[in-house]
Design a binder for this molecule. Structure first.
Ligand SMILES: Nc1nc2c(c(=O)[nH]1)N[C@H]1C(S)=C(S)[C@@H](COP(=O)(O)OP(=O)(O)OC[C@H]3O[C@@H](n4cnc5c(=O)[nH]c(N)nc54)[C@H](O)[C@@H]3O)O[C@H]1N2
Ligand SMILES: Nc1nc2c(c(=O)[nH]1)N[C@H]1C(S)=C(S)[C@@H](COP(=O)(O)OP(=O)(O)OC[C@H]3O[C@@H](n4cnc5c(=O)[nH]c(N)nc54)[C@H](O)[C@@H]3O)O[C@H]1N2
Ligand code: SF4
Ligand SMILES: [Mo]
Length: 766
């Protein structure tokens, strides 16, 4: 184990990448506090940081593979586990074809560089097109807008919060979430600084959130209607001659198409839909246009709803039309040390959409994945290509995807299922074998993804804090081992020697030399030539494992790719980062156009066809009769909870019940609901029972339930979570509703019926 003393690290639990200082005494954790020297988080942490210790020490966290037997779970050796899983997957594939295996990748993969790197060979070895992930319950509309408008699926405009004077936050709650598609540790502190320089924040949300309470201006918006609001703001910019694209002026195209599309959506025409007055809508557009340093930001609430794609596209447009894109204090592109954006572009891998469609519902793939709302369809619907075996890696889709009960049922009928996860939870309880990885503190850490989204360019590497035991495996080791075995089975038992050597080298050195290589060849890199102290000479062999056209190949070309890189500070390598355990500051965000543009014609596309087509649906909605009856359901997050998997931590779940139904006083009175009483919330034949919390903070007509709860299912092994079970909002939500443009799940704005729960008359389905 690690020596006594203080160890510096990045918290990997959410997107904020806070620096932490972990005090180790006698081989265990004595305290976890914020690291003042971290250049991004500057000492900030949230209450979840203590969960790092609790997760590490949790006796219910699996340490060895387990197999399901008629008499319960049984520990087995790794070799037996790997052999069984590889054979089962291989035989399913041989009998039913490669698409008979489904794979779901969950959110924690994105916080795990080993997983990210090993996922590529793993997916290639499995070979299935039936891939799913949390993306379609999350940021898919942002990725689509980035691809359609800037030509690259991960080129996100990030609010320059440290320099802006006006932050407009629509459908995000960074006070609870600590930011998303905006890595922003210490949002509160940064907001305070914004106000001290005379700036202000405006929040638009169906709930007066923790963030809204700090805003100078707040507006309730009816769930699912942001596209109307944003379109009317675009309309206002054109009508009031406020279109001044600034740095993007010579780069934009189809401005006229956008203007035409916005014509019917005057502030007056949309007011009844949004619940926001025409005057306010107009004023929002004027404030954005007339504040030189302003940033409009949208997140979960606007992306995971019926018009999520249009709303996200229009938010991008509003920043562009008002000259905020690529402007200090506006929204900027990052320049991370590991530049996946440039890497992807270098080999023409900026992303793709709609190349294939899912078997049952014909939904489009995005970046090789189908919408997760159609997972159950693919498992339950017989026929050629039906999914019969399933792999989950760091995901809990039974709680995180809409209509979780249906997915529950689908997973229980599979021929075979394996989960790479360290808990027996609502999803993994369906697995035949669970392969538990090492705990997070037993592995090194580099944020490949969230550095692309951070409000400041930084770079930081954390070494493993504790030794992983000899009988444990990292996620990357598990994925690599399975991939290797699957490849071998496919090739009839043996692989060509060169390929075999590649697998062995990868297995031996692990993903960190790849991080070293990426740092060295990146924009701040120290270079890779002889005598520069490369960590592992085997990196070249690892490269040979990657698919032919993989962006990591041909890295040498990379450092000359972007002319602006010449001006950046140089010298980064893994060695250098190890000398700076609190991380290295690479400076504030800076203008990057036109280099950071990857469309074929070098233009920013303001009016892609897919969006224009869906504007017709938006237009029809405008003249459709007012939707009546029912309450609209939205989600929420709490700073002491993280998606579905941190409720086994006693320190985080203690205190008052947080999985409640939030409802406005008027609605509660009308329905005869008392505070603390139980309500039955239902949609069609689906229902949940929850305690009622009455508040003026909800928009009348809207109710809220957090996601990630519902830990009362049989056969899980998370006793603290089960004792604070709550109910799953996704047991209510329909999996039939998707945003037709991108295929994103509609997690916000579905209508529900709420009434007083009467236990003697009602039966709760098992
Ligand atoms: N503490 C904590 N932090 C987290 C997470 C967590 O579970 N807990 N999860 C992490 C993950 S995976 C992500 S993706 C991010 C998400 O980060 P955020 O997007 O900031 O997350 P939410 O808190 O869900 O914020 C969504 C907001 O949208 C509002 N909303 C709902 N429907 C609508 C609508 O139709 N229109 C508008 N305008 N608003 C609407 C909700 O009221 C809510 O305030 O958070 C990350 N951080
Ligand atoms: N209604 C509604 N649904 C939502 C949302 C919402 O706002 N409303 N939010 C959506 C969003 S933004 C997201 S990102 C998804 C998240 O959905 P998922 O990614 O499906 O689920 P998580 O709750 O993050 O569960 C993570 C799983 O990974 C395991 N795990 C944790 N760390 C590791 C690790 O290092 N290695 C491995 N192998 N396993 C690990 C945990 O035990 C747990 O089983 O939920 C989505 N679902
Ligand atoms: S905000 Fe909390 S959970 Fe997120 S990285 Fe920071 S300490 Fe970890
Ligand atoms: Mo997410």
């Amino acid at each position: 184990f690690m020596q006594n003393g203080t160890h510096y690290r990045t918290c990997h639990l959410c997107e904020a990448m806070c620096g932490i200082a972990v005090e180790v005494k006698g081989g265990s954790i004595a305290s976890i506090r914020g690291d003042d020297k971290d250049p991004l988080s500057r000492g900030h942490i949230c209450p979840k940081a203590v969960a790092l210790q609790d997760l590490h020490e949790d006796p219910e966290r699996l340490r060895k593979p387990v197999r399901k037997t008629p008499t319960g779970w049984q520990e087995i050796e790794w070799d037996e586990a790997f052999r069984t899983v590889a054979e089962k997957l291989h035989s399913t594939r041989s009998t039913h074809g490669r698409n008979s295996i489904g794979v779901y990748l969950g959110n924690p993969n994105v916080h795990n560089h080993g997983s990210l790197i090993a996922t590529m060979p793993f997916l290639r070895a499995v070979g299935t097109q039936n891939r799913f992930s949390a993306t379609s319950n999350d940021q898919l509309p942002h990725m689509l807008a980035s691809l359609e408008m800037f030509g690259h699926q991960v080129l996100f405009p990030i609010p320059d919060i440290d320099n802006t004077d006006l932050f407009i936050c629509i459908g995000g709650n960074p006070m609870a979430s600590n930011g998303s598609l905006m890595t922003v540790p210490d949002f509160r502190g940064r907001l305070k600084a914004l106000k001290q320089r005379g700036g202000k924040m405006i929040v638009v949300d169906p709930r007066r959130t923790e963030t809204a309470k700090l805003a100078e201006e707040f507006h309730f918006v009816r769930p699912g209607t942001d596209a109307f609001l944003l379109m009317a703001m675009v309309n206002t910019l054109f009508t009031d001659e406020l279109v001044h694209p600034g740095p993007a002026k010579d780069l934009i195209k189809d401005l006229d198409l956008l203007r035409l599309a916005s014509l019917p959506f005057t502030p007056e025409a949309v007011a009844k839909r949004t619940g926001i007055s025409a005057e306010t809508t107009r004023d929002l557009a004027h404030q954005l246009a007339n504040t030189p340093k302003a940033a409009l930001y949208t997140r979960m609430g606007t992306s995971t709803q019926t018009f999520g794609s249009i709303a996200t596209w229009l938010a991008y447009c509003l920043n562009i039309l008002t000259g905020k894109l690529d402007t200090v204090g506006g929204v900027m592109f990052t320049q991370p040390a590991i530049d996946l954006i440039a890497l992807g572009a270098m080999s023409g891998q900026q992303g793709h959409f709609g190349k294939r469609h899912s078997r049952v519902k014909g939904l489009p793939e995005f970046a090789g994945e189908y919408p997760s709302s159609t997972m159950a369809d693919e498992i339950l619907t017989p026929g050629e290509g039906q999914v019969r075996a399933f792999v989950t890696v760091a995901g809990n889709p039974v709680l995180s995807s809409p209509n979780g009960r249906r997915l529950d049922e689908a997973l229980s009928g599979l021929d075979f299922m394996v989960s790479v996860d360290y808990y027996i939870n609502e999803t993994t309880r369906h697995a035949d074998i669970i392969l538990p990885p090492t705990a997070a503190l037993e592995r090194s850490h580099y944020d490949i993804i969230f550095n692309m989204l951070a409000v400041r360019n930084v770079s930081k590497y954390s070494e493993a804090l504790f030794d992983a035991g000899p009988d444990s495996r990292h996620d990357w080791q598990i994925l690599l081992e399975l991939a290797h075995r699957l490849e071998k089975l496919r090739k009839g038992g043996t692989l060509p020697i060169r390929s075999e050597l590649g697998w062995r080298a990868f297995r031996q050195v692990g993903p960190d030399p790849i991080i070293d290589l990426l740092l060295r060849t990146g924009p701040y890199g120290a270079g890779t030539g002889r005598g520069r102290g490369m960590v592992e000479p085997a990196t070249g062999v690892i490269m040979s494992l990657l698919p032919k056209h993989h962006p990591l190949r041909g890295l040498a070309k990379l450092s000359s790719l972007n002319p602006q890189w010449q001006e950046l500070p140089k010298g980064l390598s893994l060695k250098r980062l190890k000398e700076h355990p609190s991380g290295i500051d690479l400076g504030a965000l800076r203008p990057a156009l036109p280099n950071r543009l990857f469309t074929r014609d070098g233009k920013i596309h303001l009016a892609p066809r897919r969006y224009l087509e869906d504007v017709e649906r938006l237009h029809r909605q405008l003249s459709a009769p007012e939707p009546s009856g029912g309450l609209l359901l939205i989600g929420r997050r709490h700073v002491r909870s993280n998606n579905s998997w941190m409720h086994n931590c006693r320190r985080l779940v203690k205190g008052k019940d947080r999985c409640t139904l939030l409802i406005h006083t008027h609605d509660a009175n009308r329905l005869g609901l008392q505070a603390g009483s139980k309500a039955q919330i239902s949609v069609a034949d689906r229902q949940v029972i929850l305690s009622v919390e009455i508040t003026e903070d909800m928009m009348p007509g809207v109710v809220s339930i957090p996601h990630g709860w519902g830990h009362d299912r049989d056969g899980t092994r998370q006793s603290t979570a089960s004792a604070h079970a709550g109910a799953s909002i996704n047991d209510l939500l329909s999996d039939q509703d998707t945003d037709p443009v991108a295929g994103t799940s509609v997690l916000n704005g579905q209508p529900v019926t709420v009434k007083v729960w009467q236990p003697e008359q009602q039966r709760i389905p098992a």
